[in-house]
Design a protein around this ligand. Structure first.
Ligand code: FMN
Length: 338
């Protein structure tokens, strides 16, 4: 495989690697992003934040913008449909000094689409241009966009949508290689990412179906994109960043024992408690725990207990049980160290 070791430059910063954590609603919060950075992610995105809620000072919205100490860079993603609202929201979030502010033009959720936001914007590229222009005028922080291939197979227009964004000054474009109609089904079309990477002068980041280090490197090689986003493949698996960076640098891939995984999960929960308080953090962490233990021996039994945990102490007890379980990776990790 062609080992492309180029690192992307974004907003004047040379990033350490081309491997990013995608915006993922309900998952890519400050606590989880901080863990991903520690394991080698070069850039992490907040989940999409409502521009309407922001300008109305909705109390929960500011929680989504929090930045962890470990986050040297982060990207804030906004969604909305009105240029003036997105401009005001962009000006507000500039106070957090994100590396870039990303405009969501890909969310397929009916409620979002009905409001004219997310992937509904793909139907009117001129609106994407108007929003990007308004956001640029409101802040000195570079604006990027994240799009899908098109609304449906009959209206694939990612080149046009990307041109509209870049023509209005967008500094980079991420393409999730599916249409809105596809949702998360079918296969992401990497040839569309390759086409866009050839077409644009600004960096193109690829998203869709990157579930392993090998897939991340294949996306770089096959599409020529400048950066690769992990979304579902990073849920409960921040280790994928360390493994991907190792493969990319030609080093042996680290393997993690259950005890090591449990320790990272514990750190994740502790940070979550700092940001959200114990009660909310523990409720939020139930799904995270499920993600960490997916496919692990005795994972189902541990998840059964974890979904009832309401305190750190209760989670610690379940994490201790998880840590004590031996797994194939324990043997592998021991062999690696010998
Ligand atoms: C639960 C979930 C939440 C998501 N939230 C966002 C979001 O807030 N903003 C966004 O641009 N994309 C969001 N996405 C899309 C991902 O960023 C990514 O583009 C998509 O999942 C394809 O990548 P994957 O195949 O690696 O998961 C979300 C995806 C999932 C599964």
């Amino acid at each position: 495989m062609d080992m492309n070791r180029k690192t992307p430059a974004l907003a004047g910063v040379q990033l350490e690697s081309p491997f990013f954590l995608a915006p993922v609603a309900g998952y890519s919060d400050a606590a989880y992003r901080s863990v991903c950075y520690e394991l080698g992610a070069a850039l992490c995105y907040t989940e999409m934040v409502s521009s309407e809620a922001l300008i109305r000072h909705h109390p929960k919205t500011s929680l989504l913008l929090q930045r962890a100490e470990a986050e040297k860079h982060y990207a804030i993603q906004l969604f909305g449909a009105k240029p003036e609202v997105l401009a005001q929201a962009a000006a507000m979030v500039s106070a957090y000094r994100p590396l870039v502010i990303d405009l969501n033009c890909g969310c397929p959720v009916p409620k979002i689409v009905k409001s004219g936001a997310g992937s509904a914007l793909l139907k009117t590229p001129e609106k994407i241009a108007a929003i990007v222009r308004a956001m640029r005028e409101a802040t000195d922080i570079p604006i990027t966009v994240k799009i899908r291939k098109g609304w449906d197979e009959a209206s694939v227009n990612f080149l046009e949508a990307a041109d509209a964004a870049v023509g209005a000054g967008a500094a980079a474009v991420t393409l999730h290689g599916r249409t809105r109609a596809q949702g998360y089904s079918g296969k992401a079309d990497w040839t569309a990412i390759a086409e866009l990477a050839r077409h644009l002068a600004v960096p193109v980041f690829g998203s869709g179906d990157v579930f392993s280090p090998e897939a991340a490197l294949a996306m770089l090689a096959e599409t020529g994109c400048s950066g690769v986003m992990f979304a579902r493949g990073a849920m409960g698996n921040p280790f994928v960043f360390a493994r991907t960076v190792a493969l990319w640098q030609g080093r042996p891939l680290p393997v993690y024992t259950n005890a090591e995984i449990a320790e990272v999960a514990r750190r994740h929960l502790e940070r979550s408690v700092q940001f959200l308080g114990e009660k909310t953090a523990c409720v939020e962490f139930r799904k995270q725990f499920c993600a960490y233990t997916r496919g692990r021996p005795r994972g189902a039994a541990l998840r059964e207990q974890a979904v009832h945990c309401s305190t750190r102490a209760e989670f610690q007890a379940v994490l201790d049980l998880f840590a004590a379980e031996t797994s194939d990776s324990d043997a592998e990790a021991a062999a690696d160290r010998s």
